[in-house]
Design a protein around this ligand. Structure first.
Ligand code: FE2
Ligand code: FE2
Length: 221
């Protein structure tokens, strides 16, 4: 009786993305090599570099996840209002950012922060409660959050540029592109009367304090 040919698990080569030909551990069949040597990240040189890159990816993924939840909360309240389409537009960009980091995390086998369930609730609550203050409240929240995220991305860009701009070029391109989008969201918030909200500076500072705390813990947990 003819035995069914053992099919090499393709997913392995896709996930690992080998630079050289790999063999199936069961049947020794050659696995299709990846079309590129590596994805957004270079293969880590040592444990220290792996830790550094894991921290960067984990916190960035957490930030984009949180941003998505904030815009979801804002849309729940203001979705049918005049600013609905504007908020939706920014949310759509956040969806793309999150999708990209989901992809990079999976490719590099980095676990997301354990605090995602918390950011899920806290992000939505922040978005919805700021939107309950009206359009200006939502925009003030956007300005605060997007400024924090842009600054965070800028500090990562500086750190990676100091280390090795050539080596991290792909990751730098992703972060720079997203940083530009976040700056645009920030400017959109300002252009739509964020600063006219009574207590704007108080709210902005409180939200940014929260963002800094979220960034701090998401790098570590
Ligand atoms: Fe984003
Ligand atoms: Fe954004």
């Amino acid at each position: 009786m003819q035995r069914a040919a053992h099919t090499a698990p393709r997913a392995w080569s896709q996930i690992v993305g080998p630079a050289t030909t790999r063999q199936c551990l069961k049947c020794r069949a050659s696995l299709r090599p990846s079309t590129r040597a590596y994805g957004v990240l270079p293969p880590p040189r040592d444990g220290e570099e792996k830790d550094m890159l894991d921290r960067i990816l984990r916190v960035d993924h957490a930030g984009e996840y949180g941003a998505n939840r904030i815009y979801a909360g804002q849309m729940a309240v203001l979705g049918r209002s005049r600013v609905g389409p504007l908020i939706q537009e920014m949310w759509d960009q956040e969806k793309k950012h999150l999708e990209k980091f989901n992809e990079i995390l999976a490719e590099n086998r980095v676990r997301p922060t354990a605090l995602l369930p918390l950011w899920n609730i806290a992000g939505f609550a922040l978005g919805a409660s700021s939107a309950l203050l009206g359009k200006e409240g939502a925009m003030a929240c956007t300005v605060a959050v997007e400024e924090s995220i842009s600054e965070h991305y800028n500090s990562q860009i500086r750190a990676l540029m100091e280390k090795d701009p050539e080596r991290y070029i792909e990751l730098l391109n992703v972060i720079k592109e997203f940083r530009d989008d976040e700056m645009e969201h920030h400017d959109t918030g300002l252009a739509h009367d964020a600063e006219t909200l009574p207590g704007y500076w108080l709210l902005k500072n409180a939200i940014q304090l929260g963002c800094r705390a979220a960034i701090y813990v998401s790098q570590r947990v």
